[in-house]
Design a protein around this ligand. Sequence first.
Ligand SMILES: C[S@@+](CC[C@H](N)C(=O)[O-])C[C@H]1O[C@@H](n2cnc3c(N)ncnc32)[C@H](O)[C@@H]1O
Length: 343
Amino acid sequence: MGCDDGTVAMLLPYQGHPEITDETPRAKSIVKEPKTTPALRERGMTFQSVMNRAQRVEYDEFYTRYEDVEKELSMYDKRVWENKTVFCNCDDAVGKDENTTSAFALYFIKNFQALKLKKLICTHYSGQIDLFGQGAAGYIYTKTGFKAIGKYERLKDYNGSFDHPLSVEILENEADIVCTNPSFSRAVDYWKLLIGSGKKFLIISNISNIVTKSYIGFFKNGKVWPGYNRVDNYINPKRELVRAAGSWYTNLKIENRDRCGLLKIVPLKQIPDKYIKYDDSGMLLVDQGFIPSDYKNPFGVSARPILNGVLELGYELIEAGEYYPYIEGQKKFARVLIRKRAG
Ligand SMILES: C[S@@+](CC[C@H](N)C(=O)[O-])C[C@H]1O[C@@H](n2cnc3c(N)ncnc32)[C@H](O)[C@@H]1O
């Protein structure tokens, strides 16, 4: 979380937390430093570059609510977490109270024993408070056991970015399961790195990923599938509730996906006319969760049926790109093409 006025975050003594026993310093409290900062020009920056960075910050700073983390994570078999190192690689670790602690960090700290975790590592990205180029201040929080006090490490030149060489080393050599809501503005890079690592993960991202070219290949190749829940509410840096269309995505085993029940898989003839369209090229498009059970050709669907698990019910993605239908020459919203698997 950033400081609006360009002040610098400093480590202060830990002030206690009802749920968290750590007595280590943490990096959330803000103290003002005298304003003797050099001019932008002296730091090789322009007004525009500051504005661009500020815009990315605004776009990225949506925090996950504790209840959303708890709701999703409690749906997986607990044995998934046993003796595992969990890596939250876009998360502030522990603040002075629940409001200033990442919901992911808080969930794993609170449930460390119940989940039988081996280790929790959170890396904090400092870029968002580095708007004015005053230097990197990322840190690594590591908790090695239920009773162990979490340790903070601040390393020279470490900015906490998920793609910093040190973060990548943790991902590759230490992490068993990655769990976070990553940066929206760097989502494509994040997915590539995470999926490329071959690690287990459970993350939040935009619902439209499923119909977006940069991600479709991962779904098509079975590298990722939707988690159980959508996530529509987040908290902004002013602690206000904000809405955004997110979903959980994972490569952990999903059992009894409730949302499959929202799909209406019926013969084409039984789909009401108003939910069927053919585009200018003759491609069938179906809406409102209807899926034709007896149609052999590809057809277009929105992100929703994929989120609801249609790929687990005998259908497959057939294109590695989004499909934009045109109806009477007018471009419509993006779909993906799926078809019933042969046999
Ligand atoms: C959508 S927010 C979610 C924060 C937190 N994971 C949560 O769930 O509440 C994404 C966070 O990623 C941080 N971020 C931006 N760029 C990053 C990077 N390169 N590496 C790591 N974190 C980054 C942002 O500052 C922001 O706090």
